[in-house]
Each structure stands twice: as C-alpha cells, then as structure tokens.
Ligand binder design. Structure first.
Ligand code: GTP
Ligand code: MG
Length: 203
C-alpha cells in the first residue's frame, strides 16, 4: 500500500465521541513510551502527525487519523503508566478493553512492545486479555535499531516461546524501527490485505 494522504481527524475522550464506523480501523496500543506515535509517523511518513515525546503518558485521548481517505488509524494512550494512581490506571485499562470489545469497525489491534526488554507482565496480560476477547491482534516489536541483529533474533525467539506458553498459534509478529523505517513495507502490506476483506458493520 502506498500512503497518499494522512490527516488528523479528532481526539476523543469518551466512546461516544469516536468517529463513525463506516471505515476499517487499525489501533496502535502499547505501554507508555514504547514508540507508538513514532511508529505511526514512520508508517505514514509524516514527521509530526502523531505527537511524540520523551515524557511518558503524553497521549491520553483516542487520536484518530484518516489514511488515504480509506481507513482509520487510532493512536491509543498507553497502558501501565507508572506515574498515576492504581485507580486511574485500572479505569483507563477498562476503557481500553471496552473500546477493543465494542468498536465494530476495528480490524486489528497492533500491540507494541519494546524489543529491548524481557517480556513484560503488563504487555503479556494485555495481549492475553485481548486474545481471550477474540480481538484480532498483531504484536509489533519496536526500537529494533537499538539492538544488534543477533539480539533481535534472540529476543524475538524468546518472545515467541513465552507467547506459546498461552497461545496455541502465534499472532502475526512484526519487527520494526521507527528510526530506520524497518518493518514499514510489511506492515502496510498487512494492513492493505486486511482492508480488502473489511465489511462495514450493519446499521
Ligand atoms: P506515549 O504517547 O507517551 O504513550 O508514548 P509513545 O508510545 O507514543 O512513544 P513515542 O513515539 O513518543 O516515543 C518515545 C521515545 O522513544 C521517543 O524519545 C522516541 O524518539 C523514541 N523512539 C520511538 N521509536 C523509536 C525507534 O524505533 N528507535 C529509537 N531508537 N527510538 C525510538
Ligand atoms: Mg504517543
């Protein structure tokens, strides 16, 4: 898929504010600072479409972008913030799971994980919760440029091993680097294929 246009649509706080469901939607989610906004900008090749920051927790709203006037890309706030109360955190995670469960035009949720780290409990929990709800998901490994190719291979193999402890079959996995543009073609092709199978929800 070639990206011909990418525009910001809106930021939403509540589910009622989300854009309509007539177009296929792909959501990007992951722990704060994992590189969601950077990956989005890399995919659509717009440096500042999604705001990036060195301060974790900057994105707190559902941010929708319209790509090629054909599909929605949703940049979702991170889960597992360290710097908010447990109560706020639980509330936010419940909001996310509601969105994932109810959003009728959601085609895939891309769960981003930082390649450099050992499999994190909060990521695995989120992957497993989404999987158990039957939500189509893919795991996107970020920041691969910060590792040597051997370590990339090792960490990927280790992650697969951990996922196979709970999953019968592995979800689609992508190794990416926003810095180097790695994984861009593969992800766009994957999205393009999924769009072709999309049926808008019946009113
Ligand atoms: P929140 O919106 O706060 O949840 O963060 P986010 O997940 O959107 O992360 P963001 O894209 O803002 O990136 C966080 C930091 O990681 C920034 O300093 C980025 O420059 C850096 N970063 C993101 N992706 C990459 C990557 O692929 N390689 C390298 N080297 N750094 C990256
Ligand atoms: Mg962000």
């Amino acid at each position: 898929m070639k990206i011909t246009s990418a525009e910001f649509v809106k930021s939403s706080v509540t589910q009622e504010q989300l854009p309509g469901t007539e177009l296929p939607e792909f959501a990007f989610i992951g722990r704060s600072n994992v590189g969601k906004s950077s990956l989005i900008n890399m995919l659509v090749q717009k440096r500042e479409l999604a705001k990036t920051s060195g301060t974790p927790g900057k994105t707190r709203t559902f941010n929708h972008f319209l790509i090629n006037k054909e599909w929605y890309l949703a940049d979702l706030p991170g889960y597992g913030f360290a710097r908010v109360s447990r109560e706020q955190r639980n509330e936010w995670e419940a909001t996310l799971l509601t969105y994932l469960h109810k959003r009728e035009n959601l085609v895939y949720v891309f769960i981003l994980v930082d390649m450099r780290l050992e499999p994190q409990k909060s990521d695995l929990e989120f992957i497993n919760k989404s999987g158990m709800q039957g939500i189509p998901l893919a795991v996107i490994f970020t920041k691969s440029d910060k590792l040597g190719s051997n370590v990339v291979r090792q960490n990927l193999a280790n992650y697969k091993k951990v996922l196979l402890e709970t999953w019968e079959e592995l979800p689609p996995l992508f190794v990416t680097s926003a810095e180097k543009g790695l994984g861009r073609e593969e992800m766009l092709e994957f999205i393009g294929k999924a769009i072709r199978d999309f049926q808008p929800p019946k009113k």
